[in-house]
Design a protein around this ligand. Structure first.
Ligand code: TRP
Length: 334
C-alpha cells in the first residue's frame, strides 16, 4: 500500500517545551502510523545564525533524543539529520538557479530577520525558502505539518516545484499542502500571563520537557495570576484563563470543575490552583523527562537511529535527485 508522504523539519534550538509537544510532536506521533513520514532535524537551516559547532552538535543530539523520548518511532517513520543528505544540498543548488532575488526579498520571514539582524543578512537567509523547498520536494511530499507562520514558505515550495516541472517539461514534483489534524489545534499559553508558550519570552515562561519536578513546580508557582474575582460569574482575565487552559491539558475533569466553580462563586485561591496545577504538570512531564535522561546519554543508540534514518531518507532522496539531474541535462555519457 502506498501511503501519502509527509515531510516536516524541526529546528535544533535547544529543548522542546510543552507547546512544541502539544502543537507538533503529538501530531507527528499519530501521523507516523498513518502516513509515510520523514521528520528531520534542520541543521543546515540553523547555519544562517552561525552557531558554535559544539553547541550545534549538542543541540542536534538533544533534539533527536527528545523526539525519540516523546514517542517518535524510528521504525515507524524516517527520522534523520538534514546534513546527512547531500542530495538536499544538491537540489537546493538546482532550485536556486530559478529562484529570483525579488521574490525572495518579499518573503515576510526574510524581511523580519533582515530587520532584526542587520549585520547578518547572508545569502543563506535570503534563500532559506529555497532550502525548505528542497527539503520537501526531495521526498515528493504531499503533506507538510507546519504552523501558520510557515505557510508563505510552503507556498514558495509549490512555486519552485511547479516552475522546475514547467521549465524541464516533467511532472517530477507534486504540490505540497499544509497539513494538521484540522481544527484540533490546542492552546498552550505561556506562564507570563500573555500569549502562547514560546521560548523567546524567556525560559521561565515555558515548561520544558526536560525540566525536573522542582523546576516545573517553581515555574508554575511563579506564573502570573490575578486578584480574586469580586463579582460572581465574571469573565476570567487572560492570565487566569491561561492557567485554566494549562489545567485542561494536564489535570483531570474533577479538578478543573472544582476550580471553575470556585472562580464563579469568588472563593478561588490562586495559590491552591497553582499548587494543584504544579503537581499535575510535574506528573505529566516527569515520565517524559525520565525517558529523555535515559536516551540522551546513549550515544550508541542515538547513532544507530541517525544512521538508519539517513539510509532510509537517502534511498528516497537519491531517486528524486537522479531524475532532476536527468531533466536538466546532467546525463551521463561515460
Ligand atoms: N522552517 C521551519 C521552521 O522554522 C523548519 C523547516 C525547515 C521545515 N525545513 C522544513 C518544516 C521543511 C517543514 C518542512 O519551523
Amino acid at each position: 500500500m502506498n501511503k501519502e508522504i509527509v515531510v516536516s523539519g524541526i529546528r535544533p534550538t535547544g529543548n522542546l517545551h510543552l507547546g512544541n509537544y502539544m502543537g507538533a510532536v503529538k501530531n507527528f506521533i499519530k501521523m507516523q502510523h498513518e502516513y509515510n513520514c520523514y521528520f528531520f532535524i534542520a541543521d543546515f537551516h540553523s547555519l544562517t545564525t552561525h552557531p558554535n559547532p559544539k553547541d550545534l552538535h549538542q543541540n542536534v543530539k538533544q533534539v533527536l533524543a527528545e523526539y525519540i523520548a516523546c514517542g517518535i518511532d524510528p521504525e515507524a517513520c524516517t527520522i534523520y539529520i538534514q546534513s546527512d543528505l547531500p542530495e538536499i544540498a544538491e537540489l537546493y543548488l538546482l532550485l536556486n538557479m530559478h529562484a529570483y532575488k525579488g521574490e525572495l526579498e518579499r518573503v515576510t520571514s526574510f524581511k523580519e530577520k533582515a530587520k532584526s539582524h542587520p549585520n547578518n543578512i547572508n545569502a543563506g537567509l535570503l534563500t532559506y525558502p529555497v532550502l525548505m523547498a528542497a527539503d520537501i520536494l526531495i521526498h515528493k511530499a504531499l503533506k507538510v505539518p507546519v504552523g501558520k507562520d510557515q505557510e508563505q514558505h510552503l507556498e514558495m515550495a509549490r512555486t519552485f516545484g511547479n516552475r522546475f516541472n514547467r521549465i524541464y517539461n516533467n511532472e517530477l514534483f507534486p504540490e505540497p499542502q499544509a497539513f494538521n489534524y484540522g481544527n484540533q489545534l490546542v492552546k498552550v499559553p505561556g506562564l507570563q500571563g500573555g500569549g502562547k508558550m514560546s521560548k523567546s519570552d524567556g525560559d521561565n515562561t515555558v515548561i520544558n520537557l526536560n525540566d525536573d519536578d522542582a523546576t516545573v513546580r517553581k515555574k508554575i508557582m511563579k506564573a502570573v495570576s490575578d486578584v480574586s474575582p469580586t463579582e460572581p460569574n465574571s469573565t476570567p482575565s487572560q492570565a487566569v484563563q491561561n492557567l485554566f487552559d494549562l489545567m485542561t491539558l494536564v489535570s483531570n475533569q474533577e479538578v478543573i470543575s472544582y476550580y471553575k466553580t470556585t472562580f464563579a462563586d469568588c472563593s478561588i485561591r490562586y495559590g491552591d490552583l497553582k499548587k494543584q496545577l504544579a503537581e499535575d504538570m510535574a506528573l505529566f512531564i516527569s515520565p517524559i523527562k525520565q525517558k529523555i535522561d535515559e536516551i540522551s546519554g546513549n550515544d550508541e543508540m542515538l547513532g544507530k537511529i541517525a544512521k538508519m534514518g539517513a539510509e532510509k531518507a537517502r534511498d528516497s532522496a537519491s531517486k528524486t535527485i537522479a531524475t532532476a539531474r536527468e531533466m536538466i541535462g546532467f546525463t551521463k555519457f561515460y
